[in-house]
Design a protein around this ligand. Structure first.
Ligand code: CA
Ligand code: CA
Length: 188
């Protein structure tokens, strides 16, 4: 009797172990499937965020893809070249440390295009530097920061900002701390 019970018990144990393993495998597969579905949804959300229109079966429609490519190509062709030149200033304010030592930092959109050299001891500086940006777009913000070079901390004399337009334009910008910055740019 004990022997038979022992055999039955072992068989029961084997069956139970098999069931547990099978259940564990089923749970593991379920979790993996959920992860894959979540990842798939995440990638679909990213595509949707890029402006792609998805159909009911979550497949990108051919016409939408063609439209996207058309938009992307038109964006790339909208890039223009910006040339900035003829930078000079008049009546820059001096301070107790002496006559102004002016220079200008140049930015276009999120790009920094560099800065001019320092024109020492003059309130009417001219800068020979020219700045070029090949990835400019109409309505990008051209930003010019005029500084007085000092021993420790340079003084910001004023900031000139404007949205650039196609063509050649000449501007006079009145600086917050006094003086005028003159410049010319061409976008095209
Ligand atoms: Ca100075
Ligand atoms: Ca100063």
């Amino acid at each position: 009797m004990d022997v038979l019970w022992g055999i039955n018990c072992r068989l029961w144990s084997m069956d139970t172990l098999g069931e547990v393993l099978w259940m564990w495998r089923l749970m593991w597969m379920t979790i993996r499937m959920q992860e894959e579905v979540a990842a798939e949804r995440q990638s679909m959300r990213k595509l949707a965020a890029w402006g792609l229109v998805l159909d009911s079966s979550c497949e990108i429609m051919t016409s939408d893809l063609a439209l996207l490519l058309l938009v992307l190509s038109s964006v790339s062709t909208a890039r223009s070249q910006l040339n900035l030149s003829n930078l000079h200033a008049s009546d820059l304010p001096s301070d107790i440390f002496g006559t102004t030592d002016g220079y200008v930092k140049v930015f276009c959109g999120s790009a920094s295009l560099g800065k001019t050299s320092v024109r020492k001891d003059t309130v009417n500086p001219w800068w020979s530097e020219k700045f070029t940006h090949f990835q400019a777009q109409e309505n990008d913000v051209l930003r010019l920061e005029v500084f007085d070079d000092d021993l420790l901390f340079d003084d910001l004399l004023g900031v000139c900002q404007r949205q650039i337009k196609l063509g050649t334009h000449q501007h006079d910008c009145y600086l917050k701390k006094g003086g005028i910055l003159h410049y010319t740019y061409t976008l095209g």
